[in-house]
Design a protein around this ligand. Structure first.
Ligand SMILES: NC(=O)c1ccc[n+]([C@@H]2O[C@H](COP(=O)([O-])OP(=O)(O)OC[C@H]3O[C@@H](n4cnc5c(N)ncnc54)[C@H](O)[C@@H]3O)[C@@H](O)[C@H]2O)c1
Length: 487
């Protein structure tokens, strides 16, 4: 294994200090370049121009990558990944991308204002946005600002082609080899369908519930608590939640509460769960009175996303997951929205991008004081549809698709609504509401957990990538938007 641990990222991302923390004998391409030429980067740049500088940089980087020993940390300059040869060489190594926002990068680059690329604020921002996709292309680990040093252990354990994202203090592994190890004391909670298809991948003491939203109840939770107790499960246990969002929410809740809480490891097997429900630490069950009415925040110890499990997912479930992909892409905007809007099938790359979007939002606001509420886009009407139709007529994702259409109407986004309707319809997702009168749906929104002082705040869309939470909507407008669905 020749793989070095290479840190890439923009100016000010902290590559050199990360490399110093990551292990012994760190190599630093910029320092090496300065040492060899006896000049500061800024002077070298001025003397040789960008092209000349890049040629020298490429040579030094290729040499360092060629001689680095396994696990040795290497920090690259921000622009080194612009070279095709460097990118090719990086494929042999483990690459950790240190993400940084523009503000922080600019503030940290202050010490380097003599550098030609850190002088003009606007050009600096443009360059950051230009390079982001290149860092993403070479990255094995995506490390949000502030995730070091906590994430270092996981980064060292990473074996490409598995990818590593960083959640709220825990690793999120993505890849077809990313199955967790079952340890002594672990218990697996799954549903009958998933057990039959994928259960042999996680051998251990297993409890399987009946599949479906109708079983995401306190009664099922009680059955599980008592089964764990009867089996003598102690607080040494971890719960491995193998399945879709129903299993993840239910098993997460059981783990949060059993003997006042044991760790949960999420192993999501549906598209809904891989892009959304397994991330973020929300767990719970439904009451007849309302969806997800009883639950707890319980961050997983780890999340293991194995995209190939989706191969056995029925088409209708995959389509339902697509609605959450659409929602996430509308929130993220940018390249994710571009891919989804042009009709791309959700592949491992889209799953990864959705997961990063959700993790970034949760990191900014774990307990939904504000920003996290944007994740409810389409869910106010979606949940109301599920509640009013007794959790039986529509899948969660199908209801969310309808909810997105209502939210886009309330946002006054005609063209975008038509675009989203076409994307939903192309996957056979419902774009018309059936089964309950619009008045019943509007009445059900009043039971929404997010209601404050009699009003349910809405998430509205100004444009893809510009989504606003806490918006007021008049009852008459809401009724009109739901009526439009029922036409
Ligand atoms: N906690 C959160 O933040 C969050 C976010 C979004 C949704 N959710 C919840 O997620 C739930 C919906 O999740 P879901 O759509 O995954 O539903 P689900 O868990 O019911 O799975 C759908 C169906 O697919 C089957 N299945 C699962 N994996 C399979 C596989 N690999 N191959 C074949 N069949 C498979 C299941 O047995 C089930 O019948 C809802 O209860 C929703 O409230 C929670």
């Amino acid at each position: 294994l020749a793989a070095a641990l290479v840190f890439v990222g923009f100016m000010g991302a902290g590559k050199s200090s990360a490399a110093r923390r990551a292990g012994r004998d760190p190599l630093d391409a910029d320092l090496e370049l300065e040492r060899r030429t006896g000049m500061r980067i800024a002077d070298l740049f001025a003397r040789e121009g960008e092209a000349g500088f890049r040629a020298r940089e490429e040579q030094v980087v290729l040499e360092l990558l060629g001689r680095a020993s396994p696990g040795q940390p290497v920090a690259l300059g921000g622009g080194a990944v612009g070279s095709e040869r460097v990118r090719a060489a990086l494929r042999e190594h483990t690459v950790a991308y240190l993400e940084v926002d523009e503000e922080t990068a600019w503030a940290r680059a202050a010490a380097n204002r003599s550098r030609p690329l850190a002088r003009d604020r606007e050009a600096f921002g443009r360059l950051l946005r230009e390079r982001e996709p290149v860092y993403e292309e070479v990255a094995d680990a995506f490390l949000p600002q502030g995730s070091l040093p906590a994430a270092l252990g996981a980064v060292r354990a990473l074996r490409p082609p598995t990818k590593l994202l960083w959640g709220h203090g825990h690793p999120v592994w993505v890849g077809d080899d990313a199955w967790p190890e079952v340890r002594e004391h672990d218990v697996v909670i799954t549903d009958e369908t998933v057990r039959a298809l994928h259960g042999e991948r996680l051998r251990g003491l297993t409890f399987a519930v009946e599949p479906g939203e109708a079983h995401k109840t306190l009664a099922t939770a009680e059955t599980l608590w008592r089964a764990l107790a009867a089996a003598g499960v102690t607080r040494q246990a971890r719960v491995l939640a193998l399945g879709g969002g129903v299993v993840g929410d239910l098993a997460g809740f059981v783990a949060a509460t059993y003997q006042r809480g044991v760790p949960v490891v999420q192993v999501p097997t549906t598209l809904v769960a891989q892009v959304d429900s397994a991330l973020g630490g929300k767990t719970g069950v439904d009451l007849p009175e309302g969806k997800n009415y009883v639950g707890a925040f319980h961050q997983p110890e780890a999340v293991h996303v194995v995209p190939s499990t989706l191969a056995t997912l029925p088409a209708a479930e995959r389509a339902a997951g697509y609605a959450e992909v659409l929602k996430t892409a509308l929130i993220a905007g940018g390249r994710l929205w571009e891919r989804v809007a042009r009709g791309d099938e959700p592949d491992a790359g889209i799953v990864l991008a959705c997961a990063r979007t959700k993790l970034a939002i949760v990191a900014a606001d774990e307990r939904e004081g504000g920003l996290r509420a944007v994740l409810n886009l389409g869910h106010t009407v979606g949940h109301a549809i599920e509640t009013a139709t007794g959790y039986a007529r529509y899948r969660h994702g199908e209801a969310v698709g309808l909810g997105l259409l209502a939210a886009l109407r309330l946002s006054g986004q005609e063209a975008l609504r038509a675009e989203v309707e076409a994307l939903l319809a192309a996957r056979g997702l419902p774009v018309r509401l059936e089964g309950e009168p619009p008045e019943a749906i509007v009445a059900a929104t009043r039971a929404d957990k997010k209601r404050r002082d009699g009003e349910v705040p809405f998430v509205l869309v100004a444009a893809p990538g510009d989504v606003r939470h806490g918006q007021r909507v008049a009852d008459a407008d809401l009724l009109a938007a739901v009526r439009e669905l029922a036409r």
